[in-house]
Structures are given as C-alpha cells and as structure tokens.
Design a protein around this ligand. Structure first.
Ligand code: NAD
Length: 476
C-alpha cells in the first residue's frame, strides 16, 4: 500500500525502533541483538485439491526468544511475504514486552486467499501447514504459540490445536499450543472480541488523561467523537461496535476493500456487518452514502481515525491530507515511517499499534494460562464471592428492617452486586487493567523526558528496556 520509494514494512519497524534506541543507553551489540529477527522458516508444501496438487508458501518467523514460548498470529493473505512476517514478528516482541505478556515475538503467514477455497479445502490446507510447523516445534505449547490474525479465526485455530493433539498424543498441555480457539475447544471467553475491546479500553484510558487529549486538540470523553474505521473484520468490527454502543462515539465512515460507507449521523455497525455477511460487500447498503474510492475516505475530517485493516495504508502519498486529530493504530503498521514523520509535524497524535492492538495477545496470554492450568477462570471463586455478597445484602436488609430504617437496595444494584465474576468478567477486567497499566508506563516515559516526542517512541523505550533487562539477566 505504501508509495514506492518508502522503506519496506520491516525497515519501517526497524527505523521506528532506531528512533527510540538512539535515546537509550544500550550496550554495544545488545541493540543489534534486540532489533534483528532470529530466524524465519519458509515452507512450500503441496495439497491435492480439486484434482490437482496446489503448492502453498508459508512462513513462521521468530524475532526474539528472550522469553519462551514465542507468540504471534498466523495470517492468511495472498500478499504475505517474508518481510511482512518479520516486521510483524518484531512488533510482537515489543508488544508482549509492553503489556507484560511473558512471551518472545513470532509471526506466521500463508500465501492463500481464504475466500477462494471452501471450508473443507481450507481445513486440509491449514492442517498441512500446521503439520509442517509442528514437526519443527514452530507450534508448541512451550516454544511457539500462534493465534489468529488477518484471514484466520477460531476455526483455523481449532484445526491447528487438533492437528497438534493428533501428532502429540501424550502431551497433556496440547491445547496450549495455540490461542484464539473457540471456547468449546479450549478457548477462553472474550478472545474473539479482545483486540477490539482492547482498542476501546486504550481510547478510554487516553481520554482519562485530559492533558494528553488536549495535545490532540480533543476534550471530554468518547461520547459524540466522530470516528472513521478502516476494515470491518475482527478488530475493526468489535472496536467500532463497542465504541458506538458503549461509549456513544459516532462511526461516520467504514472503509472496506471494495469502497466506503459514509454517514455523518452515524452508521449502525451491527447492521453494516450483517449486510457484508449477506452480500459479501459494502456496496448497495441502503442507509449510507457509498464511496467507490474507499481509501480516499481515510482523509475525511474526523476526531479519531481507526485503521483496522492492514499495514501501509497511510503513507507519504496521503499523510499530508489526513484530517484526523488522533489516529489509533488498531491494525499492525498502518502508518509508514515516512507518513509517521509527516503526521507528527502536522500535530496528529498517534496511539501506536504495539499498544493499541495488544488486547489480542493479552487475552491470548490468559487463554494459554487457562490451558496450562486446566481450569476455567472463576470456577473456584465465583459462587464463594456470591455467597459472601449475599451475606452482606441480607445483613443490611435485616438491619434496615430491625431498626425500622426503611432502606431498600436498588434492584439493579443488588443484581450486579450479587453476581460473582465469571470468566468473561475476569478476562475483561484483566484486559482493562493491562491496557491502563501499559498506557501509564508509556505516558510516564513520554512526559518525563524532554527528548521523547511521541507515544510511539515512548512505547518502544518501555518495550526495549524490558527486553534488554531480560537479556542482561541472562548474562548477555
Ligand atoms: P480480518 O481479516 O478479520 O479483517 C480485516 C478486514 O479488513 C476485512 O474486513 C477486510 O475486508 C478489510 N480489508 C482488507 N484490506 C483492506 C483495504 N485495503 N481497505 C479496507 N479494508 C480492507 O483481520 P483482523 O484480525 O481484524 O486484523 C486486522 C489488523 O489487525 C491486521 O493488521 C492484524 O495484524 C491486526 N491485529 C489483529 C489481531 C487479532 O486478534 N485478530 C490482533 C492484533 C492485531
């Protein structure tokens, strides 16, 4: 997507890394050790489909093994290539460090257009790809744990988990070999929504810091903020839905592959999603204006631009025309290095990808822990919590009636108070805490140092310091 003459995605990530590293006091060699990608495995395999053998090319890149297992999604897309997978693996290293998920960074990809194959064929392709990675320990509960990314979801993760279990029949922790599985196959409540939910929590935390919002020439909370969303897939759909339904933000445009929908009064995210499901396109949706050149809508005036599709969509060719005040990078790498510079000069505030979309890996971490502990979160304490709350409510009611005080507890308060935490509540609470804490750690660096210009550099500094500390503790 980036204009020609711009660095590649991986180079862009490295250049962003360098902006931070030059402000740090890293020992000679350590900086290079952290930056480089440790290894990338390329596999070409054949699958017999529709009467002939089709050859597929896939990658699994391991950026840093300072902590193991390494973690990172698997992407299905025709444009997947080694450079992209390595860039995404590097981002995973920094992202995990930033949100304190105890993993190194990895990423995988397969050159395939999932829309061209039916479910049964995709299962054959996925199982064969998984087989190639499993036999080299590039999928393993203790070494390398994939998750969904663009073009993959719960279904693919369930096939991968099953393939691993078939090849490792006595491995008691087999389910922990991959995250993002459906709940009935060892997944966790709240994983599908996690990245979008994390974007919502990130924005809420941002608006809690009035000084930060003021730097983006914004005030108040999310209510009424005009948001342009690119990509109504897993991340974009959940983020847009939660921000509009829970926080009162107004989704003024949704940009998809085949055009954009615009309505300044606010699009109904769920309706648009159902329309795309049914018709396979945003075209023809009756309740909004259709714009054929979807990418041009990135330049629409708005408070928040939320790119949630793919990398390189904001580049040197269009950065100058972006009119958003705040950009939250829900996708990985949506802004090229060159565009980042232009936007900063224009005073556009950017919440960087490594933080903004970390909700996915955070809840993946919870899922991995759940799989290793073989028990769902909340199972032991939920009813105990409820009994304790009930005791308190009954005692209050007894006191009120004995003393003739006439107090009554509001019904909806009672309902909420008496409800013990189930898995979904605990996952959301853990995610919220993670997003708040990580924002505060970036912000601390951003505001406490004069040489740190923006949140991206701050995020890299926090992440690189943590990776460096792990290496140092290993004697490197
Ligand atoms: P997805 O495949 O579910 O959705 C991507 C959406 O973007 C689709 O609706 C697709 O039609 C649309 N799209 C693709 N190209 C487009 C273009 N040029 N213009 C407009 N729309 C386009 O993928 P996803 O899982 O939502 O991932 C989106 C981004 O978020 C990726 O950068 C991914 O790496 C990142 N991410 C995903 C997760 C996760 O948990 N799924 C976690 C962290 C980061």
């Amino acid at each position: 997507m980036a204009t020609t003459g711009e660095p590649s995605f991986r180079q862009s990530v490295d250049l962003m890394f360098n902006r931070a590293a030059r402000l740090m006091d890293l020992s000679p060699g350590l900086e290079e050790k952290i930056r480089v990608c440790n290894s990338t495995y390329t596999v070409r395999f054949g699958v017999r489909l529709r009467g002939k053998i089709e050859t597929f090319v896939g990658y699994r890149s391991v950026h840093s093994e300072h902590m193991e297992p390494v973690k990172g999604g698997i992407r299905y897309d025709m444009a997947v290539n080694q450079d992209e997978v390595e860039a995404l693996a590097a981002l995973m290293t920094y992202k995990c460090a930033l949100v304190e998920a105890p993993f190194g960074g990895s990423k995988g990809g397969l050159c395939v257009d999932p829309r061209q194959w039916d479910e049964h064929e995709l299962e054959q392709i996925t199982r064969r790809f998984a087989y190639e990675l499993i036999k080299r320990d590039l999928i393993h509960p203790a070494q390398n744990v994939p998750a969904p990314d663009m073009g993959t979801g719960e279904r693919e993760m369930a096939w991968i988990a099953d393939q691993f279990a078939r090849m490792n029949t006595t491995e008691i922790n087999a389910k922990a070999c991959v995250t993002g599985k459906p709940p009935h196959a060892g997944g966790i409540q709240g994983r599908v929504e996690a990245t979008g939910r994390g974007v919502q929590f990130a924005l809420r935390e941002f608006f809690r810091h009035k000084d930060d919002a003021a730097l983006a020439r914004l005030s108040g909370d999310l209510g009424g903020k005009r948001i342009v969303v690119q990509g109504l897939g897993n991340v974009g759909y959940h983020a847009a839905k939660f921000l509009s339904e829970d926080d009162g933000a107004v989704i003024t445009a949704i940009i998809e592959r085949d055009g954009a929908l615009v309505d300044d009064k606010g699009l109904k995210v769920e309706e648009v999603r159902q329309w795309i499901r049914k018709h396979g396109t945003v075209k023809g949706y009756p309740e909004a204006t259709f714009v054929e050149d979807g990418a041009s809508v990135l330049e629409k005036d708005c408070d928040i631009l939320l790119p949630a599709a793919m990398e390189g969509v904001i580049h040197k060719g269009n950065a100058d025309r972006i009119r958003a005040r705040l950009i939250i990078e829900a996708a990985n790498g949506p802004i090229t290095f060159g565009a980042d510079e232009i936007l900063r000069k224009k005073g556009v505030l950017i919440i960087p990808d490594m933080y903004a979309n970390a909700g996915g890996v955070t809840v993946s971490y919870f899922e991995w822990v759940k799989n290793l502990s073989h028990i769902r979160f909340g199972r032991m304490q939920r009813r105990a919590e409820e009994s304790r709350s009930r005791l308190l409510v009954e005692e209050l009611e007894r006191l009120s009636s004995d003393k003739g005080l006439g107090w009554t507890l509001a019904t909806d308060f009672k309902e909420k108070f008496l409800q013990g935490s189930d898995e979904l509540m605990l996952v959301r609470s853990g995610l919220d805490d993670t997003m708040r804490t990580a924002y505060q750690s970036m912000r601390e660096v951003w505001h406490s140092r004069n040489d740190v210009e923006d949140l991206r550099v701050a995020a890299y500094i926090v992440a690189i310091s943590r990776v460096a500390a792990t290496y140092r503790s290993k004697g490197l």
